[in-house]
Design a protein. Structure first.
Length: 487
């Protein structure tokens, strides 16, 4: 066991450095779905009151999530009548995120998109569009707690990780396909989805609900991101730790992750360790340790993020070559010299992204359709993009070439991929309106220049759903000339 003794006033502040035995909260058996990895915290830092949830989620249904998680009880290391503050979940930040469906394992032939929208008033919408499934078939689908590429998305995301697994405590965008094997669904949940809602998995109802296709719900990447939080005491804090404060900062870049702590108010003579944890402070007292590889459930410094206290009182840092996922949600400080096993969690700081989230963007390059040869001037080219913002706002842009000179072309966002019925029908802002109406659709009609080129951008005060899947270019006689998949 290695210790550092640091002068602080007239006493000494001692930190326990790099010792796995200083904390046993990274293990545990609190599974999340089938890929659970969040270990329960020690009893000495146990959290009181649970987050309540009610109501079943169905297609178009609503799940209610209420009550804050509180932490109470006497101090683990003594401290008389001192009662630490009760942690609350971070305030909801509005964002939109999403990704393209990709088949898992031996499955093939499926495509589409999923997206998640979280609003500042604490609500979440999850929507998906999927093609290539069996016709007229009911499919189970769930929001999962890891990205698709990590343990095939892990287990189900849970509104309250300490509560019973099931539809009432999860987000299930289940659906039934139409006659063409296309599934569309959008569900609203009265719960601000945490960053660990990282993917949507659709299961095979004919193969014991095996995972068959997955789409990430990850925010658009930006070059660097910073997440910060302020430390506050847990129930495991003693009276001489009641003024614990300071900050935790997690910085991500293209080369890795750095976690930096600047802690104040720790007890003179106390020994402490710190770890990045996988839940916010107010849920299960931050749950278990964040794992670089969640399939390795053992407590191991090489698979986690352990900021190490240095020679400056309260200062700690760790740098890793891995880029921390969104489920790195808090930093917990444990005190290790109270003769309590496991070492109590005495303080916690939530890690909340500082930078605004980027809009969600889909884009693609067009291909000529069968009618192009007799309705264009040569090789048709087209590139397009769609940018969705939670404002709500959707911007669509297209650049075309190889068309007839000085000719008016009808161009519309469509509701299927180019491979299915050459893009299907027009995308409708209000799907209940079946007639063609420019005010209810996204039209990019343009007239080409003398060289057969053209550019058009349109904006709508509408947040496009995932079935805004492609853009189709029509000749003046309505022949479909080209199609761009928005991937």
């Amino acid at each position: 066991m290695q210790f550092r003794s640091l002068a602080l006033g007239t006493g000494a502040l001692v930190f326990c450095v790099g010792i796995a035995a200083c904390s046993s909260d990274g293990g545990g058996t609190n599974a999340i779905g089938t890929g659970g990895w969040l270990g329960a915290g020690g009893a000495a830092a146990a959290s009181g009151g649970a987050v309540s949830s009610g109501g079943a989620v169905s297609s178009g249904g609503t799940v209610s999530s209420g009550g804050a998680v509180s932490s109470g009880g006497a101090s683990a290391g003594g401290g008389g009548a001192y009662v630490p503050p009760k942690p609350t979940l971070p305030a909801a930040v509005a964002y939109i995120a999403g990704g393209k469906f990709s088949p898992l394992g031996a499955y093939t032939g499926m495509t589409g998109h999923a997206q998640i929208v979280r609003t500042a008033d604490g609500k979440t919408t999850v929507a998906l569009h999927i093609e290539g499934l069996k016709a007229s078939t009911a499919y189970p689908a769930h929001v999962h707690a890891l990205p698709c590429a990590v343990d095939t998305a892990g287990g189900h995301y849970q509104i309250d990780p300490a509560a019973t697994a099931g539809e009432a405590n999860e987000i299930w965008p289940k659906f039934t396909t139409d006659a063409d094997g296309v599934g569309n669904v959008s569900i609203d949940v009265n719960h601000a989805a945490r960053p660990d809602a990282q993917s949507v998995v659709i299961h095979d109802p004919d193969a014991n609900n095996a995972k068959m296709v997955c789409a990430d719900l990850l925010p658009e990447p930006i070059a660097t991101t910073t997440a910060k939080g302020t430390f506050a005491p847990f129930a495991g804090a003693t009276a001489d730790e009641k003024d614990v404060g300071g900050t935790a900062t997690l910085a991500r870049s293209a080369t890795g992750t750095t976690v930096t702590l600047a802690v104040t108010g720790l007890a003179t003579g106390g020994t402490y360790v710190a770890h990045v944890h996988a839940l916010p402070c107010a849920l299960m007292t931050a749950g278990g340790h964040y794992k670089v590889d969640p399939t390795n459930t053992a407590t191991a410094e090489t698979n986690e993020l352990w900021p190490k206290f240095g020679t400056t009182p309260g200062a700690a840092t760790v740098t890793a070559t891995s880029i921390a996922r969104p489920d790195a949600q808090s930093v917990v400080i444990h005190r290790t010299n109270l003769n309590v096993d496991p070492a109590p969690k005495v303080a916690c700081a939530d890690l909340v992204q500082v930078e605004p989230y980027a809009p969600y963007k889909t884009e693609g390059t067009g291909k000529a359709l069968a009618g192009a040869a007799s309705h264009s001037a040569g090789s048709v080219t087209a590139t397009a993009s769609m940018t969705r913002d939670v404002a709500p706002k959707t911007d669509v842009q297209i650049d075309v070439g190889g068309l007839k000179a000085s000719t008016a072309y009808g161009i519309h966002v469509h509701d299927h991929s180019c491979a299915l019925k050459d893009g299907g029908g027009h995308y409708k802002i209000d799907p209940s309106v079946t007639t063609a109406d420019q005010a209810n659709e996204l039209w990019l009609n343009l007239t080409t220049d003398a060289s057969g080129k053209g550019t058009k951008t349109v904006s709508a005060a509408h947040l496009a759903r995932p079935e805004a899947a492609s853009i189709v270019i029509h000749d003046p006689d309505a022949t479909r000339v080209a199609c761009v998949d928005l991937d």
